[in-house]
Design a protein around this ligand. Structure first.
Ligand code: COA
Length: 170
């Protein structure tokens, strides 16, 4: 097993093609009309030439109430069906979380999750802070109604107020 993190510009054609073979997050199936942000970085878990798990990272300046926060967005956590339940997603997330601290030094990680997934992420240090947030879409700002989870990285206290991620969701 090999884990690596690459920026979008570093990905080879082979790596991009392999990413297409990993099933995408269940949220994409729930929210078919939504336009999503592309990843700034991807965590890739490999078994030989097979990409078994990927996790996307998006860096974003967002707003919570009247405060600007530097976020490391985590999205598209997915493991190929035949490689599940071996700890790959957990390891990829751990790698992503470490990357949020060093080198990114974000204030918080942020992800949305379906309700059944929330306890899994809470075990890894994430906290549910809201049931919805504002997102940007091509036709304007809209509310996304899913549990919002945050991970304290360089800041500890999540600010009070409505969340606006100021762009496409991840
Ligand atoms: C959710 C998903 C990413 C999990 O991937 P995974 O690689 O199977 O995850 P892990 O192996 O790290 O953990 C899954 C479970 O296997 C268990 N597990 C880990 N290693 C294990 C092992 N060696 N033996 C038995 N079980 C093991 C974990 O404890 C975990 O249990 P839990 O579901 O009770 O928490 C995967 O099912 C998936 O791609 N689903 C579709 C996309 C999706 O829903 N993404 C999340 C959007 S919020």
């Amino acid at each position: 097993m090999r884990i690596e993190i690459k920026s979008a510009s570093e990905l080879s054609t082979f790596e991009k093609a392999r990413q297409d073979c990993v099933v995408t997050s269940s949220l994409y199936a729930f929210l078919t009309g939504t336009k999503w942000a592309s990843a700034d970085w991807t965590v890739m878990v490999w078994e030989d030439e097979d990409l078994v798990t990927n996790v996307h990272i998006v860096e974003r300046a967002a707003r919570v109430g009247d405060q600007v926060v530097h976020l490391g967005g985590i999205g598209n956590v997915a493991t190929k069906v035949e490689w599940r339940k071996r700890g790959y997603a957990r390891q990829a997330l751990k790698e992503a979380q470490d990357f949020l601290l060093e080198p990114l030094k974000v204030d918080f990680g942020l992800m949305i999750a379906t309700e059944p997934m929330v306890p899994r992420y809470e075990k890894l240090g994430w906290k549910a802070v809201a049931k919805s947030m504002w997102i940007g879409q091509p036709d304007g700002r809209t509310k996304l109604n899913f549990p919002v989870l945050v991970l304290p990285v360089c800041m500890q206290e999540w600010p009070e107020g409505e969340i606006d991620i100021c762009g496409l969701p991840w």
